[in-house]
Design a protein around this ligand. Structure first.
Ligand code: SF4
Length: 244
């Protein structure tokens, strides 16, 4: 049967592993990482799925081919599928979600909220992750708001903010004030992101733990009791290794 749905640009499909961050931390997950991003964050740790210079590593795949990969990795046992990137919202993922739901799988998608899709309403979990000042990107608040509208309150929606310094922390507080109804997850970023292809690049775990402690001190000092502070578990376990 011919797959008439638009194809998806895929950087990598891997798992099962555990989700390393945010609301689904610890949950066994298969990852579909799409290729391409409309942002270029200064500390991006997924440049291999962002920069056009790695385009030759990306594969344009039919929905059926992507799904066969997920089925093989999960042994056909329904589980959580994380759609990440890059910015997965750039890709036409609606038909993939429909296909997976038909087999009993669940879908989470993480995006900076710059591109709006009507199929956000079909997700199980939508993680909106606006990028703070240290990223050197500028958040389009109207687009982020439109993402929320598109989701129509159907998936679980959460905010996830990476925090490197005081101005990022102020940005996180501002974001929480704009969207007071959304749960917010804060995490210290990896300030030693790898160059693509250098998975052995060391991680400054001590520095990450220090910033984690600083974050906890900040939210407790400010009596910001709605914020949840989490590490990036996969960085603590596997450093900069890919595919885990
Ligand atoms: S939005 Fe995410 S994937 Fe895109 S450049 Fe920023 S950190 Fe990298």
């Amino acid at each position: 049967m011919t797959d008439t749905h638009p194809a998806i640009r895929v950087s990598e499909i891997f798992g099962p592993t555990i989700q390393g961050e945010g609301v689904l931390i610890g949950l066994p997950t298969v990852f579909v990482r799409t290729g391409g991003c409309d942002y270029r964050c200064s500390w991006c740790d997924s440049l291999h799925a962002v920069d056009n210079q790695f385009r030759h590593e990306w594969e344009t795949m039919s929905i059926g081919a992507v799904w066969q990969n997920v089925l093989a990795l999960s042994g056909g046992r329904p589980m959580m599928v994380s759609l990440s990137g890059g910015n997965p919202a750039i890709q036409p993922l609606g038909a993939l979600i429909e296909r997976g739901h038909g087999d009993g799988y669940r879908f989470a998608l993480e995006t900076q909220g710059s591109v709006v899709r009507d199929w956000f309403a079909d997700l199980d979990v939508l993680v909106l992750s606006p990028k703070p000042p240290s990223s050197e990107m500028t958040t389009d608040w109207a687009a982020l708001e439109a993402c929320l509208q598109a989701a129509q309150g159907k998936p679980q929606i959460v905010l996830k903010l990476v925090v490197f310094d005081e101005s990022d922390y102020a940005f996180a507080k501002d974001t929480a004030a704009r969207f007071p109804r959304l749960p917010i997850y804060l995490q210290p970023g990896n300030h030693t992101p790898p160059r693509p292809g250098n998975e052995q690049a060391p991680v400054d775990l001590e520095g990450i733990v220090k910033r984690m402690e600083w974050l906890v001190d900040n939210v407790t000092r400010d009596r910001w009791f709605e914020a949840r502070v989490l590490p990036q578990l996969h960085v603590m376990l596997w450093g900069n290794k890919r595919g885990v």
